[in-house]
Design a protein around this ligand. Sequence first.
Ligand code: FAD
Length: 349
Amino acid sequence: MGLSSPWLEHADLSTLNSFGVPARARWFARCRDTSELQRALQHCPAPPLVLGGGSNLLFAADPDTPVLQPDLRGIRLDALDPHRVQVSVAAGEPWDALVRRCCDWQLWGIENLALIPGTAGAAPVQNIGAYGVELAEHLRWVEAVELRGGASHRLPAAALGFGYRDSRFKREPGEWLITRIGLELRRDGGPRLGYAGLEDALLALGADPRRPTAGQVAEAIRSVRRRKLPDPAQIGNAGSFFKNPEVTSERAAALRNAWPSLPVFPGKAAGFSKLSAAWLIEAAGLKGLRRGDAGVSGQHALVLVNHGAAKGAELLALAREVATAVQVRFGIALEPEPVIIGALFREAS
Ligand SMILES: Cc1cc2nc3c(=O)[nH]c(=O)nc-3n(C[C@H](O)[C@H](O)[C@H](O)COP(=O)(O)OP(=O)(O)OC[C@H]3O[C@@H](n4cnc5c(N)ncnc54)[C@H](O)[C@@H]3O)c2cc1C
C-alpha cells in the first residue's frame, strides 16, 4: 500500500493509549485541519481506526487498518436565547479543557463530566457519563464524515441511538469520523449533587453547597475523582473496564437476598436494575489481583491497570479471567466498556 502525505509509516502508538501498552500502526496520520483530513481520507485505502486521546481503547494487537487522529481545534459559542447557548466544538479539543472553559463562561450542563480524559470527538462514541449526568442530555448534533464514501453529515442527537455507555458510533466501528459536536448549555442551570461526597468536596473547597458555581462543582468532581481513580499518568489504565450490568429487578432482588450488601440502582427502563460491577469484582476476591504486569487496581476494582510492561493481550486475558470469575460466582456476564482492538472480548467457542 503506498500512501502519500499526511500518512506516516510505522508509527509507535504506545504513548497514544492511556494503558501505555505497545502497539504499532503500519500507517498513521494526525490531521490538524479539515483539508488535511480530506486529503488523508482520499488517500486511505480502507476505513481507518479513528484515534482520539486513546483513553477508552485496548490494543490487544496491532491495528490492521491505518490509524487516523483528527486533531481539529476550535470552539464557537452562539446564544440561542437569553438562557441557552449552543457550544460547537471541534473533535480534537481535549474534553476536560472544554469543561473548564464552559465553566469559565458560567454555562451549566457538563460540569459533572469534569476530568474525564480524551477528546470532544470521542465523547459521543460511548455517551460519556459520570456523577449522574450523561453527554446525551446536552448533545444536540454531531458533524461526521462517512468513512466509506467521504460524505459529511450533520446528525441530530435523536439519530445517534444513545444508551448507557453506548451509541450508534460504538456499534458501527469503521463507519464514521466525528469532526464536530454541538452542545446546548444553560446560563440559568443549577448543580446536580446527588452523589455521595460532592457536598463535602464543595465544603472543602470553601464553596457554599447550596449555591455553588458550575466551576466549583467541576472542581469538587475533580477532587473526588482524583481520590478514587488511578491517574493514567502514574499507572496505565482506561478508567472503568466493565460496564455496570443491568438485570431484571426480580433478578436483582434475588441477588440482594443472597448478598445483602450488593448495591442495586434503578435501571434505565422500568423493571430493570443496575448492579455495581466494582462490588461484584471485589466480592469475587479479585481487587488487587496481578498477573505479571497486568492487574486489577487495588484502589478501584473496576479499573484494570498496567503495572509497567503489560501487553494488551495480557490485559485482555486478565479481563476475561475477571469476567469468568464473576460469571461463575454470581451468574452475571460483565461487558467491557473500552473498545478492544484486534480481538473479540468473548472468544468464539
Ligand atoms: C482515568 C479514566 C477515567 C475515565 N472516566 C470516565 C468516566 O467517568 N465516564 C466515561 O464515560 N468515560 C470515562 N473514561 C473513558 C474515556 O475517557 C472516555 O470514553 C473518552 O470519551 C474517550 O476519549 P478518547 O479521545 O480518549 O477516545 P479514544 O480512546 O481514542 O477512542 C475511543 C473510541 O472512540 C472512537 N473515536 C475516537 N475519536 C473519534 C472521532 N472523532 N470520531 C469517531 N470515533 C472516534 C475510537 O475509534 C474508539 O472506538 C475514563 C478513562 C480514564 C483513563
